[in-house]
Design a protein around this ligand. Sequence first.
Ligand SMILES: Nc1ncnc2c1ncn2[C@@H]1O[C@H](COP(=O)(O)OP(=O)(O)O)[C@@H](O)[C@H]1O
Ligand SMILES: [Mg+2]
Length: 315
Amino acid sequence: MQENAIEIDDLAKTYAATRKSAAKEALKGVSLDIPKGSIFGLLGPNGAGKSTLINILAGLVVKSAGQVRIWGFDQDVNPRQSRAAIGVMPQELNLDPFFTPRGALEVQAGLYGLPRRQRRTDEILRMIGLEDKAEAYARNLSGGMRRRLLLGKALVHAPQVLVLDEPTAGVDIELRGMLWDNVRALNAQGMTIILTTHYLEEAEAMCAEIAIIDEGSLIARDRTANLVARMDAKTLLVRAEAPIATVPALPTGVEAELRADGRLAIGYRRGVTPTEAILDALRKAGITISDLSTEEPDLEDVFVSLTSKRTVPAA
Ligand SMILES: Nc1ncnc2c1ncn2[C@@H]1O[C@H](COP(=O)(O)OP(=O)(O)O)[C@@H](O)[C@H]1O
Ligand SMILES: [Mg+2]
């Protein structure tokens, strides 16, 4: 049995020029394998090409070049099987306002050719918490309910791979919690999950492995822990017995600043400067440490260092 849920080789997409805009090369030859059973994070700044990639997997966007295999089925050779293996919760709320949740799930099941006895409409309504809204028109559902319905639609044909495109962008904490509970439960049952998110703490918490794309190219792919460990930047926070008036002399390459709370924040690279050398310099400057703590890098730092962009523009 092969191990990968998804195999992508040299995938490229150029959106054709229109009267209003020039042609856009959204994916520039991306190769990526996603193992079965994982919760895999696909990260990248706005416009990086994440949704384009996901929509190609879903069969919603036609690729320009490259190969995609889903659950071992080549998209071009076995389009029906490859599509049956994947369910996508899209980023856009693209629901027909005149369908009820039950109707929308039934229509989706029909699209996949599921016979009635294989349909799990009630089970899915229960899972997404829309049992009591089953007969309400979609236009009367809140934004959060519509998102849950999109998740339900992605699950109708019991796909082996579930893809969520920014499922929690702009949703409240309660819904976010519900979505992640569902995702974890589905993954525990063996479903492979791929998600894009702008919330890097969320990616760090949910995803064992992560790929980062930027401007249509893959720039990193590793276990989340390795990505974070790659950053050897560290910050020491020092509080002294006597208030620190000026920044003392420190080894070259080390940067320090006094914070408003009186602590001295010292940034350095563990691979370059041993912590001991910094403590020595502090002692030489006559500083007696009363409290010491450290700040470790997180995924946001990795992201910024690789893409020189923030996921969310600074306020
Ligand atoms: N249908 C489309 N037609 C033309 N350009 C598009 C279309 N969809 C996306 N793009 C462009 O392709 C690039 C990648 O977009 P997208 O895949 O949505 O990125 P992401 O999901 O990472 O924010 C962007 O520059 C975007 O403007
Ligand atoms: Mg997107």
